[in-house]
Design a protein around this ligand. Structure first.
Ligand code: G
Ligand code: G
Ligand code: MN
Ligand code: NA
Length: 252
């Protein structure tokens, strides 16, 4: 309850910030996109998303918070693109955000006011979001996809219905959960499962992103498997917008 009041105040007082984690082309190391990740500095103390996203969801504060993240990140990525850096933006969605009134309109407005093309925006969802209000969620996401926005399944492979999810939702990308990537080169089953997911994704015509790359050996295995995109601390850590500015200057 105290956290809920603090969250409300944090929103009014602009205590939230966005960090961006690069997603790269594993063959060329070129940055293809950045994933926006929310950060909360409560005074001088950092509060991890896993501690406040649940309460924000329960209180409904996730809706205005997500709207701020959406508008702010679209604006920042559009500015990087204006410097002729061809990158996309990936955003994590919350279940409550998708079924909130005017969700589709809000995304369309954020694209319009920032000038970010719909095709440069990828919205990441996890299958738990289809547990409640599945029909409503699928129909809102399908409307966005009709506008040209891309959809990704985040944490792919961890839900019991991952494959069924692929049939229910027209997606463009799967992001392989770090629990698979962590085992590359160390665990035979996880290596085999990763290889199978990469092949499955490509056979379905999807972009496959490996998440949580931390060791050179993982990178090597992924390249060998033909996985074309990756993300993780080895490649690049989440960074403030200024860090992305610097990265852009060295990339152009
Ligand atoms: O990268 P990090 O440890 O901050 O992320 C922790 C969790 O919070 C991840 O599951 C991530 O998807 C989620 N998350 C980070 N930013 C956002 C956001 O802007 N909206 C939502 N809904 N989830 C986010
Ligand atoms: O659930 P989602 O994939 O959106 O989670 C993103 C979270 O994963 C962010 O909090 C980000 O900081 C974290 N993350 C990104 N790369 C790595 C990595 O290589 N190792 C670990 N442990 N966490 C990572
Ligand atoms: Mn994500
Ligand atoms: Na993930």
């Amino acid at each position: 309850l105290e956290l809920a009041a603090d969250l409300q105040r944090a929103l009014i007082e602009n205590q939230f910030a966005i960090e961006y984690q690069p997603v790269v082309d594993l063959a060329t190391s070129r940055v293809t996109a950045v994933e926006a990740l929310v950060r909360w500095w409560r005074g001088s103390a950092f509060v991890a998303p896993e501690h406040f996203l649940g309460p924000a969801e329960d209180t409904g504060l996730i809706v205005p918070l997500s709207e701020w993240i959406l508008r702010e990140s679209c604006r920042e990525v559009a500015a990087w693109r204006a410097s002729s850096w061809d990158i996309g933006l990936s955003l994590n969605l919350s279940a409550r955000q998708i079924t909130a009134p005017r969700f589709v309109e809000t995304v369309a407005e954020a694209l319009e006011e920032s000038g970010l093309p719909a095709s440069a925006l990828t919205l990441e969802v996890i299958e738990e979001m289809l547990v409640e209000d599945a029909e409503e969620t699928i129909s809102r996401l399908s409307e966005l996809r009709a506008l040209g926005v891309r959809l990704a399944i985040d944490d792919f492979g961890t839900g019991y219905a991952s494959l069924a999810f692929l049939r229910q939702l027209p997606v463009d990308m799967i992001k392989i959960d770090p629990s698979f990537v962590s085992g590359l080169g160390r665990d035979e089953t996880l290596t085999l499962l990763t290889r199978t997911i990469v092949r499955l994704g490509h056979d379905l015509g999807l972009i496959v992103v490996a998440e949580g790359i931390e060791r050179p050996e993982q990178l090597e295995k992924l390249r060998e498997m033909g996985c074309t995109r990756g993300q993780g601390f080895l490649v690049a850590r989440p960074m403030a917008a200024r860090g992305v500015d610097t990265l852009m200057r060295t990339s152009l």
